[in-house]
Design a protein around this ligand. Sequence first.
Ligand code: FES
Length: 509
Amino acid sequence: MIEIKVLRFDKQKDKKPYFKSFSVEKDKKMNIMDALNYINNEYNENISFRSSCRAGQCGSCSLKVNDEVELACKREVKNGDTITPLDFPVLKDLIVDKSEVDEKVAIMKLFLEDENYLKQEKEKSVEKINNKNKEKNPLIIPSVDCENTKKVRTCIECYSCLSACPVIKESANFAGPYFMRYISKFDFDPRDKEDRTTESIKSGLYNCTSCGKCGQVCPKNINSFSDAIEKLRALAYKKDLGPLDAHKAIKTTIMKAGRSIEPLGESFIREINKKKKNSKNKIAIFTGCMVDYRLQNVGFSLMDVLKENGIEADVPEEQVCCGSPLLRTGQIDIIPDIVRRNKRIFSDYDTIVTLCAGCGATLKNDYPNYGAKFNVLDISEFLVDKLNTDNMKPLDMVVTYHDPCHLIRGQGISKQPRDILNKIKGIDFVEMEKSDQCCGAGGGVKAGKPEIAEALAKKKALMIKKTDADKVVTICPFCQYNIQDGLNKEGLENIKVINILELLKESYN
Ligand code: FES
């Protein structure tokens, strides 16, 4: 038997929702829907929930399990599961009222707007289109034009993304992933005549932090950022309708000096190369702009940790910004040049090690689209099996870990940083609630919509507070800055956010 909890609520008789626990006799592969049916049959309960296809096709059964969005017909039930409805008004138990979505679809006119199309649809019913005139018929979209909408058209309307998106809850004018996906479907449809790009900007095109949570929960693997929002941002840029001024300023800075920020202090790369000339090792460090110009201490910690473990690596001069701030905000015209410059510097190396989640995700996921495929490893992937723990001195502190979105979802890395933390002697490692929830720093939001970054950082700060941690470890300079800002604003400046390399260095001192 396993124990699960279900949130019950019947607005006819209950003042407020309440949890009820049930013992379930579990078959090998019993899913949440089977468990709910079992409870209704065995205990004569009447838990209300939606279902239709029972095969992950219709999206009707979406709900939350342990606060993560799931399809009830696909998620295996486990001991201790807590089942709650999606974040919509509850009608009864696990059934929610999704009518606000339909109303918004109507208000936003999310249907094809083309009189010519409607006229031809009528004609089509009486005149069969033959292959000969297919090419000239505007109803038949050439396959090249379909490419941009292929993925987003597979949506099964489960609305999981709307429930999982952390930004919607902090930004009233952000329509959310489902709607941005919907807008993109029409914006890239050559038959549609509405100004969808302007509509997307009004609907919060620049409010998305690119955290990728929508893609993680989507049963059809639609990542509304990379599959829709990023493409809409590129289109807005092409039409000269975007991005925000703060994003344009970043592009100017990159074009001027190859870095997305102005330096504070001496460049780490320049400093390190004054002492040690590159020796054509097989391993190269890609520092990213922040470690080179702002968090030089992370870079110097890295050099100490490498030395402690007998690892030689180059930090090549002339490396430039990876281009992530431009890719994420749609300013893609100078990306080929950036990729070409970095390719020239790094192509002789066997391995490139990154110190920033955003840089790593960009080199791994975007560079191949521009003809540059490297063997890229995040620093945690690179170090996890190489660390010598014999010469570590015990540290006496409570530590928690924040998963950067571009590391956990952008690169699938969550275990390696935890394995490293568990190797450091004397560390009391405590998981925070929702360690993978976006801190608000990414996708150009910290620069362009700082109020959203601040609101999400505040949430993160409150999660950290509950752990009683002395230090928060992460592997993204942008998260590091934003979470520290959030902690400081909450009066928690005594809790320091540090890179995992800084903690390792401390343990080797
Ligand atoms: S019942 Fe159709 S997706 Fe679960």
